[in-house]
Every structure is written in C-alpha cells, then in structure tokens.
Design a protein around this ligand. Sequence first.
Ligand code: DGL
Length: 265
Amino acid sequence: MANTENAIGFFDSGVGGTSIWKEVLALLPQENTIYLADSKNAPYGNKSTNKIIDLCVKNTNFLLQKKCKLIVVACNTATTNAIDYLRANYTVPFIGIEPAIKPAALLTKTKTIGILATKGTLNSSLFEKTSKSLKNDITIIETIGKGLVELIESGKLNSKEMTNLLNTYLQPMLKNNIDSLVLGCTHYPYLIPQIRTIVGDKIKIIDSGEAVAKQTKNILTENNLLNTTTKIAKHQLYSNMNTDVLKALVNTTKLKNSNIIDQNF
Ligand code: DGL
C-alpha cells in the first residue's frame, strides 16, 4: 500500500492543469504534489486517440516512478481519450476531468449551453456519451478552441490574438442565446477575465476544478490515503519546455516548499 505522505501526481499537456492543481491545493493543503507539464507535446487536442494514450502512459510512468499515490489527469483531452485505458492497465487510482455539461444542463434557463473545448475532447466517445445522456430539449453549441492552448503555452495569455480568437468563438454562442458556458479544457480557466469582458455578467461560466478537488478528497479518503501529517507540504512542478510560462501561472512564492524543475521527459 502507498505511503500517505507520497505525493498526488498531476499531468497535463502543459501548464493548463495547474488550474486544477490549485483547486486541489486549496482543498487539501497538507498533501505533497508532483505536477507534470508535458508542454513539449502540447496541444494534445489535435492528436489521435492512440497518440494521446501513448503520451498518458509516458506521463503516468514518470509519476509512478516518483511513487505518486494517486494521479489526477488534469486534462479533459487526456481523460476523454485515455482514462479507460489507464484504469484498465494500472492499479493506482486515477481522477479524471470531463467538461461539466451535466451541471450546465441543470442550470440553463434558455436551454442552450455553449462549450469550448479541444477537438480531441469534443470528438471523443466519452463526450458523445455524456452529451447524448442530456435531455433532448437542451441545445449544446460545441466550439473547438483552436489555437487557444498554443497561445497560453507561448505566454500570450493577454494578447490581441487571444481576444480576437475568443471573440470569434464566443460571439456566435451569444447570438444563439446561451446562458451557460462550459470551459472544457483545463487551460481555459486562465482566460476567464477576457471571457467575462466578452460575454458580460449574465452568462454562467462553468469549469470542473472544484468538483475534481472534491472527488480527489473522496477517493483519497476511501482508500485511506489522506495525508494527515502536519509537515509543510512539498510541491514539485516539472516542465519539458519553457518554465517561465509555468512560473508566471503558478505563483510559487506563496508556497513555502516548492520548486519548478526543467527536465526533458
Ligand atoms: N488542458 C488540456 C485539456 O484540458 C489541453 C488540451 C490540449 O493540449 O490540446 O484538454
């Protein structure tokens, strides 16, 4: 059985999964963590399912070598394409993240919800299954956020190019009377300030970060894996690309015991 002081592992195609990592840290401050940003291979969203599975296997093996006790697949594209494979082939518990279209369908009054996600997520069979399970009076406007992950990964979060792309993707949704917008990619919560400027205050913006943190806590509890020590938690963040982008998004100065590691994997 894993030691409760072993870290929770996280991986994403890049820096976006830190939006999930932050939610988990907020709920479980005593947990040690290891975050893997596979930025060299971003974006995953345009890759085939087999290629995404191969990358997820590589990331999982890296985290297991570091003795992670649970792995959060902090990427919608990786979850929707590879979580079944991972669960069938490893014994470590996995937490996945899927676009929150079910909660959005319960909240919508206009019966029209928008979802912004990668091609890989929107085309996955898992996403298709979830969207088919919604009541058929709900209309989902699906839009591929082409180029958004690339801009975030290259540090152009607040660029004119970003505003232009977001306008292109969001204006048609507004014209179709959405009242809820699901962010189906873990990079996108970093775009919320710009998205708010475009969609205004009345649209609900829904992401899955908090739900994933709660589920992580539940699964750790069920498996007797919660870290109950009072030691200061240690956080290691690995990136195989430009660590400046990771540093800018993750304000490690607030964390007492953390480091960002540049490593080729
Ligand atoms: N953060 C990933 C997700 O949630 C980005 C996918 C990509 O690399 O295309 O889907």
